[in-house]
Design a protein around this ligand. Structure first.
Ligand code: 3H9
Length: 699
């Protein structure tokens, strides 16, 4: 079946593209487009309309072809053919015109779009830049500042906004083809010219001298470790300074540099991993899902309130359950405050805020939960309390309601067994602040029903979360790995390093924050209290937490009271080192009989990251995560792991698993078996020269 169809209707040549699911510019599509447009030059049509079937206009180059040998015609060649057409070509856009898809539209002579459509150049999110003229045509049409903004942030814009920046010529309401056809007749009647973005030149004197330098500086901070944003700036600078063809050559050169970078490989891995993570192995695609039209959240604290906002934002009514009216008033006030911040930042209108607030109501009686479709418990981490709540929910909720816990590490089966319907119980682990953080860990218990898993996956998409399925174990995927990372940070500290050295190593690696700065932000008392609830065995060796405990016992709780691993200015919250902390470290090392030594940065980096990788491998081995990409998605979206490294497992693949395995074996010799027993899977893959990604695909 051809992916491009062509027919002449009256005097209009209609180029109809049908390459599901998103009309990506595969080799076949590129070939057929060139053929169709070339042939159309000779026929009786007066104008050409390019329109797509299915859910969207062209969503970009076919990302799955990247990294493979290129096959002609290249996308720039396709665009040259379109632009050189002797009759005008109109792009008719619905859904999204993204990346190479929008570049195709920009090479057309006219662009019309449904008012619901969006256009954008999201390549930067794949560690790339628009490689088919986007960096040259957007500044010519929309201005340099708009181009810098749009291409470096990669977010799509509405058709209306695109029209205001001359990126779209006409916005259509109603039927796209009918609208595009009447636009075509109008252009024929007015003998419209072959309008080409390349014919516009930008006067360099109109561009602010510091504009590019300011952007470079801003993006060096915001997108640390990534080359694409800096290369995009160079391309747009070329659009100002050079003729079109030289600008295109520069764009090509820098596009190839991005394409060959490790960061783009990592970010493309994440693109597919995120989509793969939504698929549950062994779960039939046609598994029915339950209707979720109303939700209740048990616990109106920061977490419960944040979770409630997700549902209200998606138009789903929420009952917030608290133990008394004061609790409700307090909970609703926190939510209202969060919404007000969004209004202040211009992310929400006052009307939208009022609407969202109207969807959230407070209740104190479980009887009021009789008709809700989903309940999410979000009280503090105490198993007995959670079991009590679930037993209560079992009595109050209707048959078929999904009962979920937001626990970060408790055993889902033990919670489920407090009910007579363990098949309806699941873990929905949101990350704080729950209204902002993208990640949702969906934890299946041993008896969780397939349709409860399928419904949770679907719901995650509705509330705009990135979901990953985890098996049931202490800490699930994320916190189980985090424990190893935190332990090594504590061990490096007591053995000779400092909070500032460790934090700066991890920040230079690309983590959003180092482990000690994170501890101070979260509050050191949280870990302290959690440790109190653990058995000696669960708590582990004293040297892995004694410094943290000592600081809390000195009332150093972190940012909230101005002192933790660092000192904080009460007004500005600026962080500074505190010699007192190093005194505590020295004392604790002495008490543990540890002789402190100099640490080099590489050892810190390897110990902190390799322990994560090793635990990740054990998680795969045990079937807790379905594939290595799922672990990467958890770490990038929930724990500030740098996107340009692709997550811990992709990072391991990029280093070579043999290197990681050999270093772990060396640490086992140096520091003992307890923390450095290599995972069997890691060993097997290292010795057979395979990657986690390959193993995940073959499984
Ligand atoms: C580019 O264009 C470079 C050029 O500048 C230069 C070249 C020289 N390719 O997201 P969904 C698959 S770079 C291949 O679940 P939605 C996706 O994997 C590209 N496959 O749907 C999934 O497969 P599966 C710039 C793609 O409705 C299926 O389609 N463009 C591509 O939630 C459905 O995807 C972008 O970065 C692709 N380009 O969202 C846009 N896109 O079903 C990337 C999707 O097997 N795409 N697939 O898991 C998107 O942002 C979203 O897919 C979109 C639809 C918004 C379009």
């Amino acid at each position: 079946m051809p992916v491009v169809n062509y027919q002449i209707e009256n005097n209009v040549g209609v180029i109809s593209i049908n390459n599901p699911p998103v009309n990506a510019l595969s080799h076949t599509l590129r070939t057929e487009l060139v053929e169709t447009i070339t042939n159309a030059q000779q026929d009786e049509s007066k104008i050409l309309i390019m329109i797509c079937q299915g859910r969207t206009f062209i969503a970009g180059a076919d990302i799955s072809e990247f990294g493979k040998p290129p096959q002609p015609p290249s996308l720039p060649d396709v665009l040259t053919t379109i632009e050189a057409s002797n009759k005008p070509v109109i792009a008719a856009i619905h859904g999204q015109a993204l990346g190479g898809g929008f570049e195709v539209a920009l090479a057309c002579h006219y662009r019309c779009a449904l008012s619901s459509a969006k256009v954008g150049l999201p390549e930067v999110k794949l560690g790339l830049l628009p490689g088919a003229g986007g960096t040259q045509r957007v500044p010519r049409l929309a201005g340099v500042e708009m181009a810098l903004d749009m291409i470096t942030n990669g977010n799509p814009i509405s058709a209306e906004k695109a029209q205001s920046y001359k990126l779209i010529d006409k916005v259509i309401e109603g039927d796209l083809f009918a609208g595009a056809n009447s636009y075509a007749q109008e252009l024929i009647e007015t003998k419209a010219e072959l309008k080409k973005a390349r014919d516009i030149s930008i006067d360099p004197t109109t561009v602010n001298n510091d504009l590019f330098a300011n952007y470079r500086e801003k993006l060096a901070k915001r997108a640390r470790g990534q080359i694409a944003p800096q290369n995009i700036i160079s391309c747009i600078e070329a659009a100002v300074m050079l003729p079109m063809d030289e600008g295109l050559a520069k764009e090509r050169e820098l596009f190839i540099e991005c394409m060959q970078s490790n960061s783009s490989t990592a970010m493309r891995h994440l693109f597919f991993a995120q989509r793969e993570a939504t698929k549950v192995k062994g779960l039939n695609k046609d598994t029915p899902v339950r209707d979720v039209k109303s939700v209740a959240i048990i616990g109106g604290g920061t977490m419960g309130g944040g979770i409630a906002m997700n549902f209200a934002n998606a138009g789903i009514p929420v009952k917030l359950v608290e133990i008394n009216n004061e609790g409700i008033t307090r909970g609703l006030a926190i939510i209202e405050k969060n919404y007000s911040v969004s209004v202040k930042k211009g992310k929400l209108s006052e009307k939208q805020k009022t609407h969202c607030m109207s969807l959230i109501s407070g209740v104190i009686d479980y009887q009021e939960l009789a008709d809700v479709d989903l309940v999410i418990e979000a009280v503090f981490e105490n198993l007995a309390l959670k079991q009590e709540i679930f037993a209560e929910l079992d009595k109050s909720c209707k048959a078929g309601a999904i009962l979920a816990s937001n626990t970060s590490y408790q055993d889902i089966d033990k919670i489920a067994n407090a009910t007579q319907r363990p098949q309806d119980v699941i873990g929905l682990h949101f990350f704080s602040p729950a209204n902002i953080m993208k990640l949702l860990e969906i934890v299946r218990g041993s008896k969780t029903a397939d349709d409860v898993i399928a419904t949770s996956m679907k719901l995650a998409k509705i509330i705009n979360k990135v979901s990953v399925l985890s098996g049931n174990c202490y800490g699930f995927i994320g916190n189980r790995i985090l424990r190893q990372y935190a332990r090594e940070a504590q061990l490096c500290l007591i053995e000779g390093s400092s909070p500032q050295q460790i934090d700066s190593v991890m920040q230079n690696f690309g983590m959003a924050m180092g482990p000690f700065a994170v501890g101070d932000l979260a509050g050191l008392d949280i870990g302290y209290k959690a440790r109190q609830g653990l058995s000696d065995e669960q708590r582990g060796e004293e040297k892995t937490y004694c410094i943290a405990d000592a600081l809390v016992e000195m009332d150093r709780l972190g940012q909230k009271n101005g002192a933790g691993y660092y000192q904080y200015d009460p007004q500005t919250r600026a962080r500074s080192n505190d010699p007192l902390v190093m005194d505590v470290v020295e004392q604790q090392a002495k008490a543990q009989g540890i002789k402190r030594r100099q640490f080099d940065d590489d050892e810190i980096l390897n110990r902190l990251t390799f322990t994560m990788i090793n635990e990740g491998a054990k998680i795969l081995e045990e079937g807790i995560a379905q594939r290595s990409g799922d672990i990467d998605i958890v770490y990038v979206n929930g724990y500030g792991f740098p996107v340009f490294r692709g997550g811990p497992m992709q990072y391991a693949d990029s280093l070579g698993l043999k290197n990681v395995y050999d270093t772990i074996c060396q640490y086992r010799e140096q520091y003992g078996e307890q923390y450095w027993q290599a995972s069997v899977l890691l060993k097997d893959l290292a010795l057979s020269n395979k990657t986690f990604s390959e193993w995940s695909k073959d499984k």
